[in-house]
Design a protein around this ligand. Sequence first.
Ligand SMILES: [Zn+2]
Length: 295
Amino acid sequence: MNSLLLTGGRVIDPANKFDSIADLLIVAGKISAIGQNLSAPQDAERLDVAGKTVCPGLIDLHVHFREPGQTAKENIASGTAAAARGGFTSVVCMPNTSPAIDNAGTVALIHERAAEQGVVNVFVTGAITKNIAGEELAPIGSLRKAGVVAITDDGHCVQNNELMRRACEYAKMFGLPVMDHCQDYSLVTDGVMHEGYWSTALGLRGWPSAGEEMIVARNILLAELTGARIHCQHLSAAGSVALLREAKKRGVPVSGEACPHHFTLTDPAIAGGEKFWAQDGQALDEPAVAFGQRP
Ligand SMILES: [Zn+2]
């Protein structure tokens, strides 16, 4: 029987609230023991994993494999290899490929490629609207039948509230969550950073937090209206967190996520240099280094 003994790693098992330096024995592909100084069958392979983390496979809810259409950037083989290297055993692909994942045929193509070339579990999302253009609903029922796990126009926020309402109703009917990139186009126009002192000082077009919060609030109202589960993607504003927290307390089926750069960088980082990075998890509200004269 094939056995593998991992020794000295930090074993984290959230389901059993276990987090400790320990050995872990795998027999025939299954974990058979966790503990100190485990003994293993004679023919067991041994691997010293001191200084490493041993945990259940991580899940990335938001990846862009760019296949089909933009494989110069990434493809299923390279994307899943990178995921595996980082400890991710399941990934959820966004639909803004070329063509967009807005029909059953494209979903089937990705499933096929993933089965041939993928080295981790690949889950597929379908577009909310045809060609993620925000104008006409995609065939949500047939996308569901083809196996999508959620619908989203990632990167393109559905601006029309009525269209979003109908999408939520279909999503609810087919048991699919809706994932939304929260961005009110009329408020953010071509902004490139948070609107405030640093956007003014750098002469860059600002984007007020309200441009994100407006859509988070809209999504909360639509989740209440339709009963659909809405997940707000890559949030960056504290106001969005407050809105979600309040809605969740009332039992509204909403959730959210943030990206690493959203909680490790602050406005002054845009001015350049690592000296502007937030340190020890502490956000730098004031510029760490003077940049011109404060108004
Ligand atoms: Zn994205």
